[in-house]
Design a protein around this ligand. Structure first.
Ligand SMILES: [Zn+2]
Length: 138
């Protein structure tokens, strides 16, 4: 009886561990442009007309890809770097400042859900608000 109990525990633990590493894999996707790991707070998701999703580590990588594939893009979700909320790019405020979000590609474009957060950031890091880089002309 005791042995069965321990084997049961062992199996449960193995399944739990496998689940955790699988979720980690899902939670840390790689950038579709440069292959870097994606920090959730800077994630950009480009949703295509065929409903598939491309994930990017920064606004920089996403714009590089977007410029070549604009015609197949349906809409773009960006992440508010203060709260981590995903928002449609045409609802977001973009600020280009001296603060770099990503050392590998020198991304300086920051995303905010609230205008006040954008202005505060711009003031603190000598930035200026910029237009939505994912504007889709329809
Ligand atoms: Zn990237």
């Amino acid at each position: 009886m005791a042995r069965k109990f321990w084997i049961g525990i062992l199996i449960t633990l193995t399944i739990a561990l496998a689940g955790v590493s699988y979720q980690k894999l899902l939670r840390n996707p790689r950038c579709a442009y440069d292959g870097s790991p994606i920090a959730p707070i800077y994630e950009v998701d480009i949703i295509l007309k065929d409903t598939s999703v491309r994930k990017f580590c920064s606004v920089y990588c996403a714009t590089q890809w977007f410029e070549k594939n604009t015609l197949s893009v349906d809409h773009v979700l960006v992440t508010d770097e203060i709260r981590g909320n995903k928002i449609d790019s045409n609802m977001a405020y973009f600020v280009e400042s001296e603060l770099i979000t990503n050392e590998t590609n020198d991304n300086r474009i920051h995303v905010f859900q609230l205008r006040q957060d954008a202005l505060t950031h711009a003031e603190k890091f000598h930035g200026k608000t910029v237009d939505d880089p994912f504007f889709i002309d329809e």
